[in-house]
Write a protein that binds this ligand. Sequence first.
Ligand SMILES: Nc1ncnc2c1ncn2[C@@H]1O[C@H](COP(=O)(O)OP(=O)(O)OP(=O)(O)O)[C@@H](O)[C@H]1O
Length: 715
Amino acid sequence: MDPKLASKNGDIPASKDDASKEKKYKTEQHGIWEILFMNEGHREQYLKLIQDFPKLFPSLYQLLLDIYSLSPELFPIFAFFQLWEGSREAIKMHFSSMLLRVIEQCLKEGVADYPAVINAVALRLGVAGLSSLFSWHSNRILRKLERRVTSHFQIRIMQAKLDGDLAHKNSRLSINLGPAAQTNVTADQAWRALEDILRYVSVVITVISQLALILHLSFHDNGGPFFALLCFLQPVVSTSISKSLWNEVCIARENNKDQQRMEALVTLIKAEYRQDVISNNLQRYILEEYQSASKRLGDVSAEPIWSVFRNSKSPAKQILLTFLGELPLVYCAALALRNPRHTSFASIAILQQSSAFLSRWVSFALGGSEGFRNSMKQIQDLYESSKETRDSVLNGTTSEKQATFEDATLRSGEGMEFELRNVSFSYPGSQVSKEALSNIDLKIKSGQFVVLVGANGSGKSTLLKMLCRLFQPTPSTSEDDKTADQILIDSVPAPSYSESSLRRTMAVLSQDNLIYPGFSLGQNIGMGYTPFLNDEECLHEVARKAGAEEVITRMKKGMDTLLDPLFNWYQFNVREKDNDHPLKKVLEEMERPTEVSGGEKQRIVAARTFMRFNSGKIRFLAVDEPSSALDAEGEELLLDNLLKERQGKTIIFVTHRFGKLTKHADLILCMKEGKIVESGTHKELIQIADGEYKKLYDIQASPFRDEPEAAPSSS
Ligand SMILES: Nc1ncnc2c1ncn2[C@@H]1O[C@H](COP(=O)(O)OP(=O)(O)OP(=O)(O)O)[C@@H](O)[C@H]1O
């Protein structure tokens, strides 16, 4: 059926400070899809490409230099094959035309010219053979280059991402938002971008070589430039009147409520929702709701966007383009009528083939400019992000910078001292209007054991991360207070430290329970302090302290167990029901996951933190609700063992549970709505009538307080 077509104009919200940059976009409805197009034709796209090219070219040049330095021996062959790839068809057609002419000559004269035919056939076959050989060789070289270039990019990307958690001078939220982290180009995508660029270059070479062939043939047979012009007509008209999603700057979104409802209902039949669906007795509802949504959807096309979009092209355009495509042949026919003696069938056949070929490739060349520009941009992003990260690295990897940074490890054995002066922080791009931290003033003395409490969302984790230098305070706008927005560590502004020395003195145990996939249990623990990664004794010792030893001994492979293995595997034709099949057993082994509970994961992650203490350099321990999934015994053991490590460390705990921690804390900071509303010891805070701490404490303690005895019944 014909998709419904509706069109209206919309405005992309322009930034207030630059209303002139306001751009228009257009929306069209195709079946269940709404498409938002920029009002931008091929002309604009080409202009953009021409404008951007000087900016993009250095990255492309750098890329070619890199490929050359990675494989100097392969590079010339690689360049030759690219050239060959583009001109291959024109060369083949040229030799085909030679052969056809010789045959035509023989037919016309009725004489078999053996040497000429053999020569032409040999040349044509030779070219065909060479072409296959080159393709095979080119493919091999390309695969080799792919390996080298992908691994080269992978290292660049990894370096950029790994440096991305450094507090970056331009970024308020450093974690995952540094310039490096902002590049989402993967090494594979980078390679594909390079392939796209090469393909585009090859398309351009193809067009040029076909054009040269057409001009050569048409001049030879009095076709002249007019014929070449006719060959261009169809692709030029086609690209200007028809749209292809691949060449548009657009967003396609499914906006049909009934289709969305149907998809949501289909999701509910997945295994993970089975238990919920049964216990909520939803089976009937799901089926009925699906039926009525499907009825409401009616005949609206729910095909994938590309087919709905293609179907919507009007037949008039298609007919016009078909006729334009036939024009070169009509022209040849006219030539034959005008000058029958000089017309060669061989040339007409080759011209016809060549013009169809040219037409297709001119379309690719005209339509592919946006893709080409995007691919060049991807390569540029990749180079620029890693360069920017290198410039912003403050961790002393740049030797001349190293000398100017403080070394936090020098005071090993002494807990860290913190001072926050009027520190505020908002998460960039957050939908929450309030600041996550608001004007915090705080002093934490060396060696103090501090507990952070407060309601959900009060800012405890954010404050802890701020102290761990994972976030930067929002810069102060106050002209009067020059010391605002500062964090001092041991009385020295935090940015004066080499980041890597700070990291070496901090241990962080959070509630996220991250088990590193693809690493064994032992490696997961050992990565807390890599020099001892293979020290079995040490691994078991820290596992014991975190209460994880029992989990490990329970595993058949102990420390070598892979909880979350990372490897690809495929099975072909091993039937599910064929239980005796020897491969089925192997398959089962591979499929069986090693399950551990949330609490067990917490223990393993805690063991990694204990491992960090082996460096002897830890001066600050930040713990964020590490026992949320632990049983009472596990929690007691973990907290006791963490507190045993107190010597020479400042410890800050975030917790919701009032008990041992709050009772023994040197300082309790009670937070509310991004502010520290109360601070002191448990004894002090509990005295504040209507205080936030007392309120939270009472809620937890009240079920354990003795109930007043019920009055005996009078009856
Ligand atoms: N990644 C984030 N992006 C945007 N806002 C965030 C992000 N993380 C936290 N927030 C917001 O910052 C505020 C403080 O959050 P934070 O996690 O520090 O609170 P919390 O006291 O640790 O809460 P909880 O007790 O639930 O762990 C909240 O309003 C929260 O919505």
